[in-house]
Design a protein around this ligand. Structure first.
Ligand SMILES: Nc1ncnc2c1ncn2[C@@H]1O[C@H](COP(=O)(O)OP(=O)(O)OP(=O)(O)O)[C@@H](O)[C@H]1O
Ligand SMILES: [Mg+2]
Length: 258
């Protein structure tokens, strides 16, 4: 009988692995024994009703919250007790459910700040690792790669909401992460803007692993190839998009039996 290889043997080392990860807030079990593996180039989505525990799960991955039990492995290292900045330094970036740009500054100045923030200057006070010219070059490169070159001098507050959400993702890439966590990138966007976001997300570097929280099913089916359905903190079902789309259980619970 042929031996069935585990996913890790076929696809190398997991970028992110969650093992029986749980978080309780007092009596409320917000995340319950969640298991998940993400490999380079994966596009995975987490869906679930309001309050299902999606953002809490992201906070456990990034270290904003401490797990009650279980483990978080990033690039093969157990980071369960690590603070956020140490985890990020391994090669992880995230965006938030609400925007975090500087609206009164230009797109380029926002990019400069994002690149500057990634410079490991703290330990080499006498000589910055990147010169000002290098920081500018990196900022220009980031914006050009994402098609923002023509809007470099525009004040962020004058960008459309959709453009702002895209810019946030561009800036999250300033530290060259290998894992990107996106918390509802289409929150508050019009349907046209959401479509543009989906296109933008499909254009991201194929080597990058992306974990996406999203309410908009069209976007999920457009961008992700694997979905985990979270319900009251537990993974109710996980699988390829087609499987989830057809699941009666998921329909009943997530789509209200639509
Ligand atoms: N810091 C906290 N203290 C106490 N309870 C919390 C805290 N953060 C979240 N919760 C609770 O944990 C549950 C999960 O919340 P969470 O924000 O993770 O859900 P979500 O799936 O992201 O929801 P949404 O789709 O509305 O963004 C909710 O019942 C919420 O009220
Ligand atoms: Mg949330």
């Amino acid at each position: 009988m042929p031996r069935l290889e585990p996913e890790s043997e076929r696809r190398g080392r997991a970028v992110l692995e969650l093992r029986a990860l749980s978080k309780s807030f007092g009596g409320l079990l917000a995340v319950s024994r969640v298991a998940l593996q993400i490999f380079p180039g994966d596009r995975k989505a987490i869906i679930g009703p309001n309050g299902a525990g999606k953002t809490t799960l992201f906070n456990l991955v990034t270290g904003l919250l401490r797990a009650s039990s279980g483990e978080v492995l990033l690039f093969g290292r157990d980071v369960t007790r690590w603070p956020p900045e140490k985890r990020t330094a391994l090669g992880m970036a995230r965006t938030f459910q609400v925007t975090s740009l500087f609206p009164g500054l230009s797109v380029f100045d926002n990019a400069l700040l994002a690149v500057q923030g990634k410079r490991p200057m703290k330990y080499v006070m006498w000589r910055p690792l990147l010169s000002y010219g290098e920081v500018c070059g990196k900022a220009r490169f980031l914006l050009a790669r994402a098609g923002f070159e023509d809007r470099r001098e525009v004040l962020v507050r004058n960008l459309s909401h959709g453009e702002q959400r895209q810019l946030e993702i561009v800036l999250a890439l300033a530290g060259d992460p290998r894992l990107l966590l996106l918390d509802e990138p289409t929150a508050g966007l019009s349907s046209g803007e959401s479509q543009e976001m989906a296109e933008f997300l499909r254009g991201l570097d194929r080597e990058l692993a992306v974990l996406l929280i999203e309410h908009d099913m069209d976007i999920v089916f457009d961008v992700a190839d694997h979905i985990s359905v979270l319900h009251f903190g537990e993974i109710l079902e996980a699988g390829p998009c087609d499987e989830i789309r057809k699941s009666e259980r998921v329909r009943a619970i997530y789509f209200g039996n639509a």
